[in-house]
Design a protein around this ligand. Structure first.
Ligand code: SAH
Ligand code: SF4
Length: 399
């Protein structure tokens, strides 16, 4: 646990969702911890340190705490990547800082731009592990879809990332670094003071299950929300989970960002099969956690993601059951036409069927937009992300 993260006592709602369960999840997550964040010269990475950690690093270095405030401004507001840019710090001090610290970004292995403007990066971390990040532009704004893990433990049947076993968690710096590198790519520094930004939203919907890497995503999102830096409002951040119920309470209490829940099925029987985490946290417990999620209101609804799989979960009876399940929740439903990937076992629902499904939800008062697939030509659409790390590792072992 990060020293600065206050432990919020959240009363266990049912006997099965105890604090012990959260402790178990965090302990498991630690087994996949990222390597120490230092560069090849032994310099400590500053990107990804919380404000408290940065202040501590600066004080241990022998400087006053106000230096940390200056450095924070340069890194997260100005987008500086070099101490030499920090004009409010005297040159000799800049040089001393540069001996001990570094301000990095994930390395760009490839950058592809789709015919529809969607941009995808393959980023490489210091230990050569790779993840994908996608920028999805809209007319006057845009969301950066960031990854939280290399691979995923959760083998959802329709998801390409789920076929790649979990290699490791990303560090807070590697997580926020994806957003910063995306802003580098569009030159969106310093942080715009107006409401309009090109890179205006973060969606935590890339590779991995964010709530299985809680400490690091929490630190990264707190950095994103800090008003003296990137300054994204929590309303512009959406975290998607496949339903790690015990951690949903904690994310709600500590981060308060928008919640998206990958539901995808209305019976435990089917959800057990396509989202295997359901065997641990079944639909009833998942929905109870949604009812408890703080700040959910008609103005800030919980998004339920529902991948449309032809003949599997897309009947009208299932749409009606979904309406019944969502009763009383401030909810909207995001219908995601299944995006195929090489070897995927499903087909996308027919257009007319998706419309019938959506109409039932809309008639019941649930806004149910059909998500337009973006960046399909560059395999950047939902659920298509997967990196070669596993294969690369195997090849290296065989060599
Ligand atoms: N692990 C988190 C966030 C990443 S997945 C989660 O599961 O919520 C982001 C969204 O894409 C999820 O709703 C996921 O279920 C969906 N998705 C996965 N594979 C997909 C595919 N092949 N086609 C469409 N959506 C998919
Ligand atoms: Fe992991 Fe989400 Fe893909 Fe499921 S849908 S395998 S939780 S990334």
């Amino acid at each position: 646990m990060n020293a600065q993260t206050p432990a919020i006592p959240v009363a266990p709602p049912t006997a099965s969702l105890t604090e012990a369960e959260r402790t178990r999840i965090l302990a498991k997550s630690a087994l996949f911890a990222p390597p120490a964040q230092v560069d090849e010269h032994g310099r400590r990475e500053l990107v990804g340190l919380s404000r408290e950690e940065l202040t501590q690093a600066v004080v241990e270095f022998g400087e006053k705490p106000f230096r940390a405030k200056q450095i924070w401004h340069w890194i997260y507001f100005q987008g500086a990547r070099d101490f030499a840019q920090m004009s409010s710090i005297a040159k000799p001090m800049q040089a001393k800082l540069a001996e001990r610290f570094t301000i990095g970004r994930p390395g760009v292995t490839t950058e592809q731009t789709s015919t529809d403007g969607t941009r995808k990066w393959l980023f490489q971390m210091r230990d050569k592990q790779q993840v994908e990040t996608v920028y999805i532009p809209e007319e006057d704004r845009g969301a950066v879809c960031i990854s939280t893990q290399v691979g995923c433990t959760l083998s959802c049947r329709f998801c390409h990332t789920g076929t790649q076993k979990l290699v490791r968690n990303l560090s807070a710096g590697e997580i926020i670094g994806q957003f910063m590198a995306a802003r580098d790519s569009y030159g969106e520094w310093p942080t715009p003071q107006s409401e309009t930004r090109m890179l205006s939203n973060i969606v935590v919907m890339g590779m991995g299950e964010p709530l299985y890497n809680y400490e690091n995503i929490a630190t990264a999102l707190k950095i994103a929300m800090d008003n003296e830096g990137i300054a994204l409002s929590r309303r512009r951040i959406t975290l998607s989970t496949s339903g790690v119920v015990p951690m949903m309470d904690r994310a709600g209490a500590e981060l308060g960002v928008n919640l998206a829940v990958s539901l995808h099925a209305v019976t435990d029987e089917l959800r057990d099969e396509i989202v295997p985490l359901n065997r641990k946290y079944p639909i009833k417990e998942l929905l109870a956690a949604c009812h408890r999620y703080p700040g959910a209101s008609n103005a800030r609804r919980i998004t339920f993601e529902y991948v449309m799989l032809d003949g599997i979960n897309d009947s009208e009876a299932e749409a009606r059951e979904l309406v019944r399940l969502l009763h009383g929740l401030p909810a909207k439903v995001n219908l995601i036409p299944f995006n195929p990937w090489p070897g995927s076992p499903y087909a996308t629902s027919k257009r007319a069927q998706i419309e019938r499904f959506a109409n039932i939800l809309n008639d019941a008062g649930y806004s149910s937009p059909v998500r337009r697939p973006r960046g399909k030509d560059i395999m950047a659409a939902c659920g298509q992300l997967k990196t070669e790390s596993e294969r690369a590792k195997k090849a290296a072992a065989a060599a």
